[in-house]
Design a binder for this molecule. Structure first.
Ligand SMILES: Nc1ncnc2c1ncn2[C@@H]1O[C@H](COP(=O)(O)OP(=O)(O)OP(=O)(O)O)[C@@H](O)[C@H]1O
Length: 357
């Protein structure tokens, strides 16, 4: 059973519901024979990844939807092993370098070099180049950006880069100047309502106006959130007929509570309590990656500056393990334990430093 956000995600540029002008431009670029490096940016849930996937489909055809997931090991200069998950088709490859935190340069450098030096093997391929999608581009370190820039200069003939991120502000100018910048704005209220109606129709029901407005207002331009909420509401009340009495799905508040529990106490008992809550969330079909992200964001809001990066780093790692593995709950839990130990260690270090003085 897949969630509506996945089930009804547009697959082709023609299926995309809003920003029609942008879709037309992407179609023209894909047909031009002169496809550039690109940088897609915009707020979360605005439809960047969906639009990128549709563009790939336009470039390469249906074959690009046949995905494999590989684990790759990279070695840091100090011979530390980095495990990286890589999603790829015959025509493209997708990576999230922020998974490996400060070692992202190693991954960018090794992987891009490797891809750039291999020719497209599929002779029936519509394009001579492979596309490399780099997610969370705005969290690339300076080193990784410098490596990326060099690769972009050196190997253009058989590779195109598509960067995806929330904003362009943390990217160095030489990268921006080598990319076509594509801003994907959040859908406005009418556009969002149209998508909600469409999803409802596909599922065989009409979304009442009031519900559509409420959801759209609540979601702050995040279409993923809007569709998730629609699905959750529909599970609570099949008719969606009493919009005002329907309590908003409380999973966000629930995730926040879990985050608070993690910050308040770090003990085996607490891990057990948190586990129960996690099961509860997952059994309500809230996607585990969303649960992890919501909890992580809230934890990070409350902890010391020096811990934030580590906590997000581990969240990215476990998020990826979750995408690949079956037992989502194990990875969620492993992350919780990791955060608790980081947090405890932090206080321990403070105590010890006090001791030194
Ligand atoms: N043009 C569209 N028409 C209809 N539905 C869409 C469109 N774009 C996105 N969606 C829906 O919105 C959801 C979120 O889109 P997507 O994952 O592409 O957002 P994103 O901008 O990449 O988000 P994030 O930055 O958080 O990863 C998709 O799962 C899909 O169901």
């Amino acid at each position: 059973m897949s969630l509506w956000v996945d089930k009804h995600r547009p697959r082709t540029l023609d299926d995309l519901h809003y920003h029609a002008g942008l879709s037309a431009r992407l179609r023209a670029l894909a047909a031009s024979g002169d496809f550039p490096h690109m940088l897609f940016y915009g707020p979360s849930g605005a439809g960047k990844k969906t639009r990128i996937a549709c563009t790939l489909r336009e470039l390469f055809g249906k074959g690009v939807e046949k995905l494999k997931i590989d684990q790759r090991v990279f070695l840091t200069p100090s011979k530390r092993k980095l495990d990286v998950n890589i999603v790829q088709s015959n025509f493209h490859i997708e990576i999230t370098p922020s998974e490996v935190g400060n070692y992202d340069r190693v991954v960018i450098q090794e992987l891009l070099k490797e891809i750039a030096q291999t020719q497209q093997v599929d002779l029936s391929a519509k394009q001579r180049f492979k596309v490399v999608i780099i997610n969370e581009a705005d969290s690339l370190t300076r080193d990784a950006q410098a490596a990326l820039r060099r690769t972009m200069e050196k190997y253009m003939s058989n590779m195109r880069i598509i960067l995806c991120g929330n904003s362009t502000s943390r990217l160095i100018a030489p990268i921006k100047s080598r990319c076509l910048l594509v801003r994907v704005a959040a859908p406005d209220e009418d556009e969002m309502i149209e998508v909600l109606r469409y999803v409802g129709k596909k599922e065989g029901f009409d979304v009442p106006d009031k519900v559509a407005h409420e959801i759209s207002e609540d979601s702050n331009g995040n279409l993923r959130k809007a569709v998730l909420v629609l699905e959750a509401l529909k599970m609570q009340s099949t008719d969606l007929d009493k919009p005002l009495t329907i309590a908003k799905p409380d999973w966000e508040t629930y995730c926040h509570k879990v985050a608070d529990m993690i910050v308040q106490e770090q003990s085996p008992q607490r891990v057990m309590d948190v586990r129960a809550k996690l099961y509860e969330l997952l059994s309500h079909c809230i996607p585990p990656t969303v649960v992890l992200k919501t909890i992580a964001d809230r934890v990070v809001d409350q902890v010391d500056e020096s811990l934030k990066a580590d906590i997000m780093h581990w969240a990215a790692i476990y998020e990826n393990r979750m995408r690949v593995g079956n037992k989502k709950i194990f990875h969620l839990e492993a992350w919780v334990v990791k955060v608790m130990s980081l947090y405890k260690r932090f206080f321990y270090d403070i105590d010890m430093s006090g001791f030194d003085d």
